[in-house]
Design a binder for this molecule. Sequence first.
Ligand SMILES: *[C@@H]1O[C@H](CO)[C@@H](O)[C@H](O)[C@H]1NC(C)=O
Ligand SMILES: *[C@@H]1O[C@H](CO)[C@@H](O)[C@H](O)[C@H]1NC(C)=O
Ligand SMILES: *[C@@H]1O[C@H](CO)[C@@H](O)[C@H](O)[C@H]1NC(C)=O
Ligand SMILES: *[C@@H]1O[C@H](CO)[C@@H](O)[C@H](O)[C@H]1NC(C)=O
Length: 517
Amino acid sequence: MKGASVATGAILAAAANAAVPQGVVQFDVGRRQTQSRTHRRGTDDTDLTTIANDMDDGGYFVTCKIGSPAQTLTLQLDTGSSDIWVPSSGASVCEPHSSQGGCPLGSFNADDSSTFVVTGRDKFSISYVDGSHADGSYFTDSFSIGDATLTNMTMGLGESTDINFGLVGIGYKSDEAVVSSEDDLSYAYNNLPLMMVRDGVINTNAYSLWLNDLDASTGNLLFGGIDTAKYTGDLVKIDVYADPGTGIFSSFLVALTSVGAASSSGSDTLTSESFPIAVVLDSGTTMSYVPQDLAEEIWLETGAVYNSDAQVALIPCGMASSGGNFTFGFGGPGGPTITVPMNELVMSISSEGTPVFSDGPYRGQPACEFGIQNSTSAPFLLGDSFLRSAYVVYDLVNNEVALAQTKFNATDSNIVAFPSSGAPIPSATAAPSQSQVSVTPAFTSPAYAASFGMMGSTATPTPSTGGSSSGGSGGSSGGSSGGSSQSAAGANSVPMDLLRIGALSATLFVAGGLLIL
Ligand SMILES: *[C@@H]1O[C@H](CO)[C@@H](O)[C@H](O)[C@H]1NC(C)=O
Ligand SMILES: *[C@@H]1O[C@H](CO)[C@@H](O)[C@H](O)[C@H]1NC(C)=O
Ligand SMILES: *[C@@H]1O[C@H](CO)[C@@H](O)[C@H](O)[C@H]1NC(C)=O
Ligand SMILES: *[C@@H]1O[C@H](CO)[C@@H](O)[C@H](O)[C@H]1NC(C)=O
């Protein structure tokens, strides 16, 4: 997420799609491994910076074609930012012997494109809360994703950057980097989904994201439509809230109004002084970050423990199969609920060997990163660890988001395009009571009735919170995949691949008192 969170995220791999009906563009999304080395985890710690080379960041990526003749680049998909930007072939980060090992996902050579036009020299500057950045010029050129080609797409050229792959930001245009650097909304340009609307490729500025199972190989991003075969139950829509400071819609900020825990041993309603919690649905972040009190309750339910050296909550990898789940409710009573099973919340830390707990109740057991982490301040984020369990439709015209429980590994497809600009989300009903979403905080400690069933037979840690490290968000997820899907008229769909670019460095855990296998 731009400027406010960790942007590790999502990749799309564009693949030509056979049966794509008019008005939609679909991309398959999948997860796969890459040698790419980067990290966007915020820290001033020089040790951590060194370790960054050993880190893999998870994300969903899409393969795009830019320029004339076309150059192929694989870019990270991000609903938490709004610009497309690409690393320049001349950027030092792309040199093969750079500390990040070059730009294996591709870089853009402007000199080789006959249609490249600079439109804002030195006007492109984006930075992320972790301190990573990309700076350079805005330019226009031809851009293809899936089977959609936009001949005059505005993009940023990362001439000076410490990130060795580019991004496709598909958020609100008010969140474009140029708007914040010029501090003027009038500088906003038509970004990717708006260009698709302008060029008649899709009918309205809306898209659906189906990330699919942590272990699955396919998911997809569908511009201009919904796929009713990819979820169960009903799509229920809730309001997106404008930025409280500016009154402008700039991120997918929604109201999280309940969290419940359930397992074979019982169920609990969790509480937080922050309810209703303003959370951003952010596909560019791999983990989810909730307020401290709620995170601690969730950790106690599952047996996750905060590791102050690694600065993340860890959990024995074996807990993935312990059963149990968390249900997130939005927009008040009757609003959409998404159940996230435990096996979606236990993330392997590194593709290069699993660290083990060196002491404590889990001594000797393989350590995984837990998908729900704590954060001290807003914006709280629901990233890929949550989003994989949801089918999410983003409607940037009506400022609404519709959610339904995802159908993991769905192979069917029934794509319905939005018929016109501003048309409501097809098949979605509105959350009935969101106008009454209470702002009264309530906090009581739950009974942890679900805890026994969640933890299964794994050693039970002493419920204590503590530790004394700060910050450190970021993280990753893993998996591998590839995929494909089908589309319908009026929407445009593209295949995406989730590249696994990684997680926490195993090296990090040496310092953290963990052993490396
Ligand atoms: C391409 O886009 C730029 C920036 O929006 C605009 O100035 C230019 O006129 C456009 N060119 C064409 C051929 O449409
Ligand atoms: C989905 O498919 C993957 C890969 O085949 C498999 O590992 C996973 O268990 C499946 N998920 C569900 C919920 O069936
Ligand atoms: C969540 O867990 C409870 C208790 O194990 C189970 O009854 C319920 O079916 C689960 N819900 C989902 C959606 O998996
Ligand atoms: C997360 O919780 C741990 C343990 O309570 C604490 O030490 C750490 O500072 C918290 N991190 C953030 C970012 O709030």
